[in-house]
Design a protein around this ligand. Structure first.
Ligand SMILES: C[S@@+](CC[C@H](N)C(=O)[O-])C[C@H]1O[C@@H](n2cnc3c(N)ncnc32)[C@H](O)[C@@H]1O
Length: 79
């Protein structure tokens, strides 16, 4: 199996579009923790989070091989 490494720097919503269907074996992602890191990288209000992540997850599903693995690291909002 030939392993290739390509780095895409940018908004994942746009960059994922450059990756063909069913071409990725492993996805490991740690998306923004809603708005908990506003001062670091901005963030997404918890009420808008699903609306923000759904199109991204649709693209992740499209590029992942049927035999692929998806690892999601996410932290719920601590009160
Ligand atoms: C929870 S942090 C994960 C950081 C990384 N795993 C680490 O350990 O340093 C979320 C990261 O997502 C990046 N991010 C936020 N919105 C993004 C987007 N639309 N596309 C790509 N990365 C994004 C942020 O800049 C931040 O670095």
């Amino acid at each position: 199996m030939k392993i290739t490494t390509e780095l895409f720097l940018g908004d994942c919503k746009n960059e994922l579009k450059n990756i063909p269907d069913n071409s990725v074996d492993l996805i490991v992602t740690s998306p923004p923790y809603a708005d908990q890191r506003k001062s670091t990288y901005g963030g997404v209000h918890p009420d808008k989070y699903v609306e923000w992540f759904l199109p991204i997850s649709g693209e992740l599903f499209r590029v992942l091989k049927p035999t692929g693995t998806f690892v999601l690291n996410i932290k719920e909002k601590s009160c």
